[in-house]
Design a protein around this ligand. Structure first.
Ligand code: ZN
Length: 113
């Protein structure tokens, strides 16, 4: 039971942004609240994959706290290499440890590895 239920102050909940009833609200969902890079630690590692392929893996940056597709795009562009997102890991083809360490630090992440 809500406070004021059944009285003139008993109003159904309305959207804070458009003032419509929540059922009628068509506001776009709010952008994800991301965690600032300074509060996260990226862990870097160079690993071997099948057929001797070498990849640089970035761990420790959860998808909920980061715009991983955008970040992957920046890393790929900086390295001039391909890459993918696997679960919460970013994988860049080739050994780009130094470059990624510098770039992630520049963005503001703490970097380990
Ligand atoms: Zn709304």
């Amino acid at each position: 039971m809500r406070l004021f239920e059944g009285t003139q102050w008993d109003r159904p909940p309305r959207c804070d942004r458009c003032g419509e009833l929540e059922e009628a609200c068509t506001c776009p969902p709010l952008p994800k609240v991301l965690t600032p890079p300074e509060k996260q630690t990226a862990r870097l590692a160079v690993e071997k994959r099948k057929k001797g392929k070498v990849v640089t893996v970035v761990r420790g940056l959860p998808a909920d706290d980061n715009d991983l597709p955008a970040l992957l795009g920046r890393l790929k562009a900086a390295c001039g290499a391909g890459g993918t997102i696997k679960d919460d890991e970013l994988e860049i083809q080739g050994d780009h440890l130094e470059r990624l360490r510098g770039l992630l630090a520049e963005i503001g992440y703490r970097v380990r590895g």
